[in-house]
Design a protein around this ligand. Structure first.
Ligand SMILES: *Cc1c(COP(=O)(O)O)cnc(C)c1O
Length: 224
């Protein structure tokens, strides 16, 4: 079996593909942020990504992320929460993360608003949309989105920056990306977190501002 590419080489490849997709889509160079999904990765693998200049990371569990990042110098790092968030972890999430991409229900909005008030720290917030209306998946149903955004603004004093989605695995992702884009446009939101290892180039074509890439950088994650 051929050696897997180093993390630095894999990052370089992903970055070059992103730059090319930006060009082809008529997007400004550097307009798409690469979130390196570091969930489950060992410290030395994070070290390699950092050494290769990566500064934006995505995590899907609060406690695991605290273990991985709390002791590191985070001055020029951006940490993005991309996994489902329990309301009782809202305070810890506000303390650790620069962005929380998975706001999807009033109880969580309330807990986040309280934590933001108490800590005087306001991470960027995205609303997760369950574009495929999958029962097992987190996210606001598309039909409920505009009302939820209104409630965030009026009832909780929260100004969401954008939307995030995870399309159903067995469906064409492009239609989900197009839908998310339309919903963001009509709500005056500019941040679009969409696209993962298998479909980030498509997502950029449909206007992604943030792509979340794990296995294309680190290789396949061990099954948990
Ligand atoms: C794990 C994860 C990713 C990264 O997935 P890859 O296919 O490994 O790139 C992206 N987004 C979310 C929400 C994730 O949980």
């Amino acid at each position: 079996m051929a050696d897997a590419p180093s993390i630095a080489d894999a990052l370089d490849t992903v970055r070059r593909r992103i730059a090319k997709a930006e060009r082809l889509a008529g997007r400004a160079p550097g307009s798409v942020v690469l979130t390196c999904v570091s969930k489950t990765q060992a410290p030395e693998r994070i070290d390699q990504a950092l050494a290769a200049g990566q500064r934006v990371f995505g995590e899907n569990r609060v406690q695991e992320a605290e273990g991985r990042w709390a002791e590191r110098d985070r001055t020029d790092l951006t940490l993005r929460m991309i996994g489902p968030l329990q309301s009782n972890k809202a305070s810890a999430a506000v303390a650790l993360f620069d962005s929380i991409e998975t706001v999807d229900r009033p109880s969580l909005a309330k807990a986040l608003a309280e934590a933001i008030q108490t800590q005087g720290r306001a991470p960027e917030l995205l609303v997760q949309v369950n574009t495929g209306e999958e029962p097992q998946k987190a996210g606001v149903a598309p039909a409920d989105l505009d009302g939820f955004i209104d409630a965030l603004r009026k009832d909780y004093g929260l100004g969401p920056a954008g939307l995030m989605c995870i399309p159903p695995v067995e469906e064409e992702p492009a239609m989900h990306f197009a839908l998310l884009r339309r919903m963001a446009d009509r709500n005056g939101l500019s941040v679009l977190s969409m696209g993962m290892s298998d479909d980030y180039l498509t997502a950029i074509r449909f206007g992604a501002t943030h792509v979340r890439v794990g296995s294309a950088i680190f290789g396949a994650r061990p099954a948990v």
